[in-house]
Write a new protein. Structure first.
Length: 136
């Protein structure tokens, strides 16, 4: 089963994402901050990470390069309610695979997740090269 880590400081959004992914058939773990996310990520296996950018303490932008160093092959979706071209550029420079702005359209999120999972499964079979930091 595909396992997704959700990193979101807003409890309502975190719960919404968790419920959505579980209804889609994914296993999830969620944390509310970057410190807990890095601890959990270093101790466990996750097939995909979805993180908010703006959080207290370590931000999503802070943890991106650390996740990349630990497991470079893991797709990372970053999301923010405070998007701009500069934030988007910085997210990709730091290791994001995909960038989404809130409010999140669940149909788009479903499509993005399914594409990433399919690509990851093909990579395991050796039928497709790994994602680079811009998802290409």
């Amino acid at each position: 089963m595909v396992r997704i880590m959700i990193i979101e400081d807003d409890e309502e959004m975190r719960s919404l994402l968790k419920d959505f992914f579980e209804e889609e058939g994914f296993e999830t773990d969620s944390v509310s901050n970057g410190v807990d996310a890095l601890r959990m990520f270093s101790e466990d296996h996750f097939d995909l990470v979805i993180t908010d950018i703006r959080m207290p303490g370590l931000t999503g932008l802070d943890i991106l390069p650390r996740i990349r160093r630990l497991k470079p092959e893991t797709p990372i979706i970053v999301m923010t309610a405070y998007g701009s071209e500069d934030v988007r550029r910085r997210a990709f420079e730091r290791g994001a695979t995909t960038y989404l702005e809130k409010p999140i359209q669940m149909s788009k999120l479903r499509t993005v997740i399914r594409e990433m999972v399919s690509r990851k499964e093909l990579e395991k079979l050796g039928a497709m090269p790994s994602l680079n930091k811009e998802g290409r």
